[in-house]
Design a protein around this ligand. Sequence first.
Ligand code: S3P
Length: 171
Amino acid sequence: MLRQRPPRTLVLVGLMGAGKTSIGRRLAARLGLPFVDADQEIERAAGCSIPEFFERYGEPAFREGERRVIARLLDQPLQVLSTGGGAFMDADTRALVRQRAHSIWLRAELDLLVQRTARRGNRPLLKDSDPRETLRKLMELRHPYYAQADITVDSGDRPAEDTVDRVVESL
Ligand code: S3P
C-alpha cells in the first residue's frame, strides 16, 4: 500500500459516470482511509441538491462553491476524495491538488459513461441535451486536463474491485 509515493490524500477525477464515487468508496475501505464525496459536501453546505443548486444559483456559483469546498477538504487529514467531473477544470483546484494530494484519473469509454449516467437523472449538465453528444464534447474538452493527474486508471466494464486493484497497484 502506497509503496512508491508518500502517503497523501487521494483525489479521484474524471467524467460523470466514470465511477469516482463507487471506486472511491471501495478504495478508501481497502486503504483504511475515510471517504469523502465533494459533491455531497457541497450539497450539505448548500442545503440543497446539485440540480437545485444549478437551477437556483447557476453554474458559475456552483464552480465557486466547489472550489471552496475542495480547498477546505484538502486541508483535512489523509482521505480518499471523489470530486465532481468539472472540479479539475479549475486551475486553482488543480494547483492545490498537485500540492497536497495524489490525483487519479478514472478514465472510461463514452459508451460506458452514457450508460452509467442514464441510470440517474441527477446531472444538470446532461438535462436538456443529447447526453451522448454532451459527454462526447466534455471528453474532448476535459481529457487534456484529466491527463494532468498523477495516475491514470481505466475504469472499464469490469468489477469495481478490479479497478480498485489497479489503482492500488499504481500508487
Ligand atoms: C459535473 C459533474 C457532477 C456534478 C455536477 C457537475 C460536471 O459530478 O459535480 O453535476 O461538470 O461534470 P459527477 O462527476 O460526480 O457526476
